[in-house]
Ligand binder design. Structure first.
Ligand code: PAF
Length: 289
C-alpha cells in the first residue's frame, strides 16, 4: 500500500492509475476507521477500483472547537485497517496542504443551498459548507473517480450528490448501507466517547427508527420517534420524515417511500441515524384496515 501526505503526489498517483486504464475509487474519511469505513473500502474493492482512502480531520466542518479537539485520531490503527481492506493508496494530507490559510477563512467556499440548511445544517452553522468545500477539494485533487459515502451521514450524501450535479463534477457518487453494531447502534467514530450507560441510551436512536418500520402518517411517525428518544433521556435535536432527494419535510397528505432521520446528544456526543420509512395518509390507512 502506498502512503502519501503530499497533494501533488496523490494527484499524480490518481492520474497514473487512469492512464493505465484503471478506475479510481475514492473513500474520503476523517480517520478513526471502523467497520463502517471498512464496508466502504470493501465496496470500492469489490467494484474493481484502485482504492484511494483519504484521512483528514477537516477543521472547517466542525462548528464546535471542543468536538474538533476531542475527535479521535488513530493514524497507526487506520493504517492497519486500510491495509487489511486492500487499500491501494492511503493519503493523509497535512492541514497546511489542504487549508494553507487556516485558521483564516478561505476566499472560496462551496455552499449547497437548500439541502444544507435543514436538519444537521440548521443546528450546526457552517458544517456543510465545510464538508462541501473539503469534498470538492478531494474530488479536484483525485480527478474522475467513483466516490463512496456511507448512508449513515444521509444528509451529507444528499449534499455531495447535489454539489456533483450542480458543478458537473466527474465523480460517480455511491451511497453505501449503514453498518450497525449487534445491538443496533450505527457505527460512528464518535461512539468511542460514550460510556457504557451513554451507549445504552444512544440505542434509542435506532429503536426510534425501528418504531416507525410500519406504514403511517408523517406526523404519526415523528411523534413515535420523539416518544422513544424522550423516554430514553436523549437530548433531542430532531426526528424528521423527509423526501430523500430534497430533504423537504413530509406532510400528512403524502404517501410512499421517504427517509426518517433522528439526531440527539448523549453525554455531549452528537449522534445521528436514519432509515427508510413508508408514508400513508390517514384515509388510506383507514381503508386498508
Ligand atoms: O464523513 C466524513 O468522514 C467527512 O464528513 C468527510 C466526507 C470525509 C469530509 O471531511
Amino acid at each position: 500500500m502506498e502512503r502519501l501526505d503530499d497533494v501533488n503526489a496523490w494527484r499524480a498517483y490518481a492520474d497514473a492509475q487512469r492512464a493505465q486504464g484503471r478506475r479510481v475509487g475514492l473513500v474520503p474519511t476523517m480517520g478513526a476507521l471502523h467497520a463502517g469505513h471498512a464496508s466502504l473500502l470493501g465496496e470500492a474493492k469489490a467494484a474493481g477500483d484502485v482504492v484511494i482512502a483519504t484521512v483528514f480531520v477537516n477543521p472547517r466542518q466542525f462548528n464546535d472547537a471542543a468536538d474538533l479537539r476531542g475527535y479521535p485520531r488513530t493514524p497507526e490503527a487506520d493504517y492497519a485497517v486500510a491495509e487489511a481492506c486492500g487499500v491501494d493508496c492511503l493519503v493523509e494530507p497535512t492541514l497546511a496542504q489542504m487549508w494553507p490559510d487556516y485558521p483564516r477563512p478561505t476566499s472560496t467556499t462551496v455552499s449547497v443551498r437548500g439541502v444544507s440548511e435543514v436538519l444537521e445544517g440548521a443546528d450546526r452553522p457552517g458544517h456543510f459548507d465545510g464538508v462541501a468545500s473539503v469534498v470538492a477539494k478531494l474530488f479536484a485533487i483525485t480527478g474522475p473517480c467513483r466516490a463512496y459515502f456511507g448512508e449513515k451521514d444521509f444528509q451529507q450524501l444528499v449534499v455531495v450528490r447535489q454539489m456533483v450535479r450542480d458543478l458537473a463534477l466527474p465523480v460517480d457518487v455511491r451511497g453505501c448501507p449503514i453498518v450497525r453494531d449487534e445491538d443496533g447502534l450505527a457505527l460512528a467514530s464518535r461512539n468511542v466517547r460514550l460510556s457504557a450507560e451513554g451507549r445504552t441510551r444512544a440505542l434509542a436512536l435506532s429503536r426510534a427508527l425501528g418504531a416507525v418500520s410500519g406504514a403511517g402518517t408523517a406526523s404519526g411517525h415523528r411523534r413515535r420517534m420523539l416518544e422513544v428518544l424522550d423516554a430514553a433521556g436523549v437530548e433531542i435535536a430532531y426526528a424528521e420524515v423527509v423526501d430523500p432527494l430534497t430533504l423537504a419535510a413530509s406532510g400528512d397528505d403524502e404517501e410512499g417511500e421517504r427517509r426518517a432521520l433522528v439526531a440527539g446528544v448523549v453525554e455531549g456526543v452528537r449522534l445521528i441515524d436514519n432509515g427508510p420509512v413508508t408514508l400513508v395518509t390517514k384515509e388510506s390507512h383507514a381503508l386498508s384496515n
